[in-house]
Design a protein around this ligand. Structure first.
Ligand SMILES: NC(=O)c1ccc[n+]([C@@H]2O[C@H](COP(=O)([O-])OP(=O)(O)OC[C@H]3O[C@@H](n4cnc5c(N)ncnc54)[C@H](O)[C@@H]3O)[C@@H](O)[C@H]2O)c1
Length: 254
């Protein structure tokens, strides 16, 4: 994968950046010249990710942050600006899956947690990122939804609701900021080969076969294929695109 985007002199922030598609995207921003803030609540994994990017010569900052906690998100954005002076691109990617169950059987705590991270987390991040971008008069945000934000899914209602919600936040924030030099979009990944999916594969191998069959391309996506879409949505190559929910799904929703 070799997208030739140039983010030299720019500052990118990625949440959920310690592994999976967040880490791949953070690495791709760094390789394209950006100073990159990696934010995650898993301190061990975050430390390793930051060390690996530093060893490769990139300008990076690791920030421990739980995106469901507004005060921690405020500090994340403040440290980004204190360290690198501005915020040009943000990928609000941190998200979780909960055990699958019918609506009638989902424990309240699971519902609350998936909404707190996947929906409230994106809300918290956008609030603080947009305030900074409005001060600058420029910036791009990509929120991580899912194909689960575009279609229903039996036994996954709360996750799908959280990801549908991300698209509503994205479209509304995009409209509010369209005339301010700020673009807000979303990506909707299909099933991508990340630690999240490895855990699902281990728990229910037959269900994973089903997911792959529903992707006409016949394979799982690679984290870098999401990163490529995110970098494109944050680059001038997509300068007329806003409020869009881009399916990157091997044909799942076609
Ligand atoms: N993998 C897929 O097939 C797939 C498909 C569609 C959408 N998504 C979405 O893509 C995003 C990334 O998924 P992934 O597969 O790379 O996941 P992953 O579990 O492999 O990595 C997610 C990262 O987010 C971090 N994280 C989780 N909760 C957090 C919180 N509250 N605050 C800060 N960091 C937190 C984790 O520590 C981890 O480093 C998620 O929003 C997920 O819902 C994934």
């Amino acid at each position: 994968m070799n997208p030739t985007y140039d983010f030299e002199g720019q500052v990118a922030l990625v949440t959920g950046a310690a592994m999976g598609m967040g880490l791949a995207t953070a690495r791709m921003f760094a390789e394209a010249g950006a100073s990159v803030v990696l934010a995650d609540f898993n301190e061990d994994a975050l430390g390793k990710a930051v060390a690996a990017l530093e060893a490769a010569g990139h300008k990076v900052l690791g920030v421990r942050c739980d995106v469901s906690n507004d005060a921690e998100v405020a500090v994340m954005v403040r440290r980004t600006v204190d360290t690198f002076g501005r915020l040009d691109a943000a990928f609000n990617n941190a998200g979780i899956q909960i055990p699958s169950a019918e609506v009638t059987d989902v424990p309240e705590a699971d519902y609350e947690r998936v909404m707190a991270v996947n929906l409230r987390g994106v809300w918290n991040c956008m609030q603080h990122e947009l305030r900074q971008m409005q001060r600058q008069g420029s910036g791009t945000i990509v929120n991580c939804s899912s194909v689960g934000g575009l279609v229903g899914g039996p036994n996954l209602a709360a996750y799908h609701a959280s990801k549908h919600g991300v698209i509503g936040l994205t479209k509304s924030a995009a409209l509010e900021n369209a005339s301010r030099g700020i673009r807000v979009n979303a990506v909707c990944p299909g099933t991508i080969d990340t630690p999240m999916v490895a855990a699902m594969k281990e728990a229910k191998p037959e269900a994973m076969e089903g997911f792959i069959k529903r992707q006409p391309i016949g394979r799982l996506g690679r984290p870098e294929e999401i990163g490529a879409a995110v970098l494109w949505l944050c680059s001038d190559a997509s300068s007329f695109i806003l409020g869009h929910a881009l399916a990157v799904d091997g044909g799942f929703t076609v």
